[in-house]
Write a protein that binds this ligand. Structure first.
Ligand code: AMP
Length: 226
């Protein structure tokens, strides 16, 4: 099963992605996480990407598109994949669509988590990352996943903030890109939504991001089936 995941930063997209990855045993291909690993490892790619990420800007398509398309061709993706954070603009959507056709890969499900911009912003500023596992959800503004004091609610590990999560200007920039339905990320989502209207092999699912993590996950799993 090949799944594409859309949702503004702060909508719980990463959390839902981690749940799906577990349930369906799919590799979670997350563009932002690949960049962060490269920055941590001091690679050439990481150095090229860092200044854009720190400012909340998109890393140029010339770097991002080949990075993701190459990742989808790796062996672990042969059993299916869950793509998250890419495409982020209409050009990336078109290029992805073309590359999938060329590689004879299907896109089975497109998920869009919908969430109001103001709520999404508060959620980002409350997000805390566990040093032991990026997928342990902690957020000081969401009751269901409040940290245990200043420690991870799952494993008790130390918590950190992502530098680009505490910068309001960078968040506004990132959301400006996401909510832009002409050329930005919503344009990429709607590009696939249009295709799905005429292609019965592709399902387009809308989910309400205001619901709790468990409610969204339950709805998602019920729509995807076992
Ligand atoms: P994320 O973890 O998805 O919030 O991504 C963190 C940052 O990585 C973004 O703010 C961008 O600077 C960069 N990034 C992630 N995915 C993409 C993409 N598809 N195209 C360009 N830049 C990206």
């Amino acid at each position: 099963m090949n799944i594409l995941f859309f949702g503004p930063n702060g909508s719980g997209k990463g959390t839902q992605g981690a749940i799906l990855k577990e349930k369906y045993n799919l590799p979670h291909v997350e563009s932002g996480a690949i960049f962060r690993e490269n920055i941590k490892g001091g690679t050439e790619l990481g150095m090229q990407a860092k200044s854009y990420i720190d400012k909340g800007e998109l890393v140029p398509d010339g770097i991002t598109i080949p990075m993701i398309l190459d990742r989808l061709k790796e062996d672990d993706c042969k059993k299916g994949w869950l793509l998250d954070g890419f495409p982020r603009n209409k050009n990336q959507a078109i290029q992805l669509h073309e590359a999938l056709k060329e590689a004879n890969m299907t896109l089975d499900i497109v998920v869009e988590i919908e969430l109001d911009r103001e709520i999404a912003k508060n959620r980002i500023m409350g997000r805390r990352l566990c040093v032991n596992n990026n997928n342990h959800p902690n957020n000081i503004f969401i009751d269901a996943i409040k940290p245990n004091g200043d420690k991870c609610r799952v494993c008790g590990g130390d918590l950190q903030t992502r530098s680009d999560d505490q910068d309001e200007e960078a968040i506004n920039k990132r959301h400006g890109i996401y909510y832009d339905a002409e050329t930005g990320t919503l344009a990429a989502a709607y590009y696939f939504k249009d295709i799905a209207k005429n292609d019965p092999s592709m399902k387009y699912l809308n989910l309400d991001g205001k619901n709790s993590v468990t409610e969204v996950a339950d709805e998602l799993v019920s729509k995807l089936g076992n």
